[in-house]
Design a protein around this ligand. Structure first.
Ligand SMILES: Nc1ncnc2c1ncn2[C@@H]1O[C@H](COP(=O)(O)OP(=O)(O)O)[C@@H](O)[C@H]1O
Ligand SMILES: O=P(O)(O)OC[C@H](O)CO
Length: 496
């Protein structure tokens, strides 16, 4: 019987399933977008039940379309939007509140309090993270404080917390397995990344009972088996990792110094730093890259909150384009933006600025600024934001990158990739498979079962599709970057 590995990729805007063969080729896939809930400006929620339903539905559909059954799936790897927080009732399995999404700013004030109380440095040291509403800690606290009866129930041990990996595994195993992996744990702001354990001091500050937290496991191991009713047969769950770490793995960035940038809803630049914890001096995060083969590797990360989401905004909010791909057509219809800039700081700014109160800005426009210029400026903002985090990373790691591996939905845009190479003055390498998040999760699951032996066994699957070579003169690049730096300043502190 032909054997495959299934990856469940639960992203910010869609649930996806990809079925891979041994060569890392996608043999079957299915995808469904789900509802984004914006209850107040700066707030973002998802319905956890809709996440679960869409994820199971796409998995069944992908299997059906490939004409296979549970017996053909050697293992499932799960990868997910990180930090997004679900709290549910242990006995009924019902969420007590919507999932609070990583982009949500509702707890910015709580983070300010925490910093004012002098906890910032301790948190940064233990968790590797810059205190921010982005991470799960303050989101759990908000649910316990704001949902009636939640705190009492949590203290009695009746509530559970999970990031999306935990929520999916718990449901797929019908409540038998309550786990997360090191990479996801490292995004909660509750986990000591050196001692590899939940931190009691930080839990006390957030007033979160430890009984709510899942067991933390390696990213590749036998977590459990799906309930046989879900896919008409049990399937082993063998891999779990946050989507950005999974993409780093899927890009085969296994060695210290290897870097990738993923252009999805947000944009995330990660560099493997091996077994060394590198503390950033330039506003980057230190995070766990992977827990595998009995050891943990670390990464430096530049997190950009809004990237592809800005293209979705052009499509769904402003109705300037009909689909994401059309952005390229408009952008290339004009030679430049005529000096205009879009700074899509809709939910504050992440690395390297970490401004919870920044908000979007459109600056430098004149009467000749058209839809085409607008679309181009929005696309260019992805490249400028990447420039900012890449320079911070080069400075932290004391090296100059020769090339950048890219992946994620928006890296299909040739205009954007060329502009990225131009603005960085660095070659951009796009692989054949840009679904490296799912591929990384598949590798982790496959390695838990012997489908792939080890990292060396999958390295040969990475294949280059196209290199974008820099082709912009230095004077023009400097002028454009100077404008961007001015534009970013206009967004700072707006909602304070
Ligand atoms: N050709 C394109 N040009 C620009 N942006 C694109 C293109 N195709 C997809 N996108 C953007 O990429 C994002 C989807 O990428 P994906 O990796 O699936 O994201 P996620 O995992 O965050 O849901 C969307 O925000 C979409 O607007
Ligand atoms: O949904 P993505 O792929 O943009 O990823 C979201 C990140 O994991 C948030 O930290």
């Amino acid at each position: 019987m032909e054997q495959y590995i299934m990856a469940l990729d639960q992203g910010t805007t869609s649930s996806r399933c990809m079925i891979f063969d041994k060569k890392g080729t996608i043999c079957g896939k299915s995808q469904e977008e789900f509802t984004q809930i914006f209850p107040q400006p700066g707030w973002v929620e998802h319905d956890p039940m809709q996440i679960l339903e869409t994820q199971i539905r796409v998995a069944k559909k992908a299997m059906e379309e490939l004409g296979i059954s549970a017996g053909n799936i050697k293992a499932i790897g799960i990868t997910n939007q990180r930090e997004t927080t679900v709290v549910w009732d242990r006995s009924t399995g019902k969420p007590v509140y919507n999932a609070i999404v990583w982009q949500c700013r509702r707890t910015a004030g709580k983070i300010d309090e925490l910093k004012e109380n002098g906890y910032g440095e301790m948190i940064r040291k233990k968790t590797g993270l810059v205190p921010d509403a982005y991470f799960s800690g303050s989101k759990i606290q908000w649910i316990l404080d704001q949902v009636e009866g939640a705190r009492e129930k949590a203290e009695e041990g009746d509530l559970l917390f999970g990031t999306i990996d935990t929520w999916l595994i718990w449901n797929l195993t019908k409540g038998r397995v309550f786990v997360t992996d090191y990479t996801n744990a490292s995004r909660t702001m509750l986990f000591d990344i050196e001692k590899l354990q939940w931190d009691d001091e930080i839990l006390k500050i957030f007033n979160i009972p430890k009984s709510m937290l899942p067991e933390v496991k390696p990213s590749s191991c036998i977590y459990g088996y799906t309930d046989k009713e879900i896919f008409a047969g049990e399937i082993m769950i063998g891999g779990a990792a946050g989507d950005q770490q999974a993409a780093l793995f899927g890009q085969c960035c296994f060695e210290p110094g290897e870097v990738k940038n993923t252009y999805g809803t947000g944009c995330f630049l990660l560099m493997n730093t091996g077994e060394r914890i590198v503390a950033s001096k330039n506003g980057l995060l230190t995070t766990i890259a992977i827990g595998l083969e009995g050891r943990v590797q670390y990464a430096l990360e530049g997190s950009i909150f809004v990237a592809g989401a800005a293209i979705q905004w052009l499509r769904d909010g402003l109705h300037m384009i009909e689909n994401s791909a059309q952005s390229e057509e408009y952008a290339t219809a004009v030679p430049d933006t005529e000096g205009g800039y879009v700074v899509p700081a809709f939910t504050g700014m992440g690395a390297p600025y970490w401004d919870q109160y920044a908000r979007g800005a459109i600056v430098g426009i004149t009467r000749g600024f058209t839809r085409e210029h607008f679309v181009r400026a929005t696309l260019e903002s992805l490249a400028y934001q990447t420039y900012d985090v890449l320079k911070a990373m080069e400075s932290d790691a004391e090296l100059s990158l020769k090339s950048l591996k890219v992946d994620g939905g928006a890296c299909a845009n040739d205009f954007l990739m060329q502009f990225q190479a131009d603005i960085l003055d660095t070659a951009v390498l796009r692989p054949e498979c840009i679904e490296t998040t799912a591929l990384g999760a598949a590798y982790l699951a496959g390695m838990a079962t012997g489908y792939w032996k080890d990292r060396d066994d999958v390295r040969g699957n990475w294949a280059l599709s196209r290199t974008f070579v820099p082709d912009m003169d230095a004077g023009k690049r400097e002028k454009l970057l100077k404008g961007w730096k001015k534009a970013v300043k206009c967004a700072f502190g707006w909602a304070e």
